[in-house]
Design a protein around this ligand. Structure first.
Ligand SMILES: Cc1cc2nc3c(=O)[nH]c(=O)nc-3n(C[C@H](O)[C@H](O)[C@H](O)COP(=O)(O)OP(=O)(O)OC[C@H]3O[C@@H](n4cnc5c(N)ncnc54)[C@H](O)[C@@H]3O)c2cc1C
Length: 317
């Protein structure tokens, strides 16, 4: 079996939770199959961060220009992949890695499979469980051959065993050149908030909040819980909240341990982005709101009454 590569996602020096779970999975997978893992990322992490994983051999910092989506630009990366005899690539879907992955798949002429939840080795090759129809169903598919790229959905929530073993790994760096065909026009980094896809608790609010000024109440509640804030699509369309908070079929997909939905009806398109949540609490004044059918706990009540009371309770503990 060829060696494995993991592309990790990170922000401000912190590896994303979803990437940590992926590292656990791939390092165990490598141990089981007697092969090695090479990790790639976009920040200069100390290799010690990965020492606890016995099968990880090297961390490579990919230094990139603003945007990369051209085969020529990834040539140094392809050369590195070739030298390390890497056949299988794993990553959690992000725009940057996805763009790179499609170039790798195209250059190496290997398949790229998206929205994967589970991979198993079978006699004929590999069996993959994939999420389809916005998480409403799963399908299993088989691939033959030893080379492929697998993109896990950001909301993958399979329980994986922790990593095992220890190793000393080395660190290296690859610099990709700027692609003259791509010019970054604007870059708005998201600061000061818990990244939605990695948040353990998310408080979402919808049109039931009536006015953007009422979000102070949602933010206070989220802060007390250490939660990220999210919203329904109409709320971001109305510019009541920033677009990066919009969850659903056309927005961010989340899989927190707890999702608290306030004044959100529970339309199918909204559910498509939140149905990976372990527990869902719905607060809505309409007992017929569709969201209640998908809730673990429901509170029928006015959000302007319920949320401050919950906040007071939290503060008094
Ligand atoms: C192609 C397509 C893609 C879409 N993608 C998305 C998507 O990605 N994400 C998304 O969210 N939507 C998406 N939508 C829109 C979706 O269909 C719904 O219209 C939207 O989710 C409704 O938002 P809402 O629940 O905030 O608002 P509403 O439907 O207006 O619901 C407001 C809810 O608040 C409750 N409420 C009102 N006042 C109070 C109060 N005082 N206390 C408690 N509850 C109260 C009401 O009972 C109601 O249930 C998409 C639609 C289409 C057609």
């Amino acid at each position: 079996m060829k060696n494995l590569a993991v592309f990790i996602d990170s922000k401000s020096g912190q590896v994303a939770e979803s990437s940590k779970r992926l590292l656990d999975f791939v390092s165990n997978w490598a141990l089981e199959h007697g092969t090695s893992v090479f990790v790639y990322g976009f920040e200069p992490f100390s290799s010690e961060l990965f020492n606890a994983y016995a099968s990880i051999k090297q961390y490579t910092h990919i230094k990139i220009p603003d945007l990369v989506n051209h085969n020529q630009v990834i040539a140094p990366l392809l050369e590195d992949i070739h030298q390390k005899e890497i056949g299988q690539f794993f990553y959690v879907k992000t725009l940057l890695v996805d763009t790179m992955a499609s170039s790798i798949a195209n250059s190496l002429q290997i398949p790229l499979i998206s929205n994967v939840l589970k991979v198993e080795k079978v006699a004929a090759g590999y069996q993959l469980t994939k999420s389809v129809f916005s998480g409403k169903a799963t399908i299993t598919t088989e691939i033959k051959g030893e080379s492929f790229l697998i993109a896990f959905s950001k909301s993958f929530s399979i329980d994986l065993p922790g990593h095992v073993g220890n190793s000393t790994i080395i660190q290296s760096e690859i610099t990709l050149e700027k692609d003259p065909q791509n010019i970054l026009i604007e870059n708005h980094p998201i600061t000061g908030s818990i990244p939605l896809p990695d948040a353990a608790i998310v408080v979402g609010a919808g049109r039931g909040l009536k006015d953007p000024s009422n979000w102070a109440m949602v933010e206070d509640f989220a802060k007390e819980l250490g939660a990220a804030t999210a919203c329904s699509k109409p709320v971001s369309d109305l510019n009541w909240r920033p677009h990066h908070e919009h969850v659903g079929q056309t927005g961010v997909k989340i899989a927190p341990k707890l999702y608290i939905a306030c004044g959100i009806s529970g339309a199918i398109q909204h559910l498509a982005g939140v149905n990976g949540s372990r527990k869902i609490v719905v607060i809505n004044n309409d007992p017929e709101a569709p969201f209640f059918k998908h809730a673990d706990y429901g509170i029928v009540g006015d959000v302007f009454d319920v949320l401050p009371r919950l906040l007071n309770k939290l503060k008094s503990h």
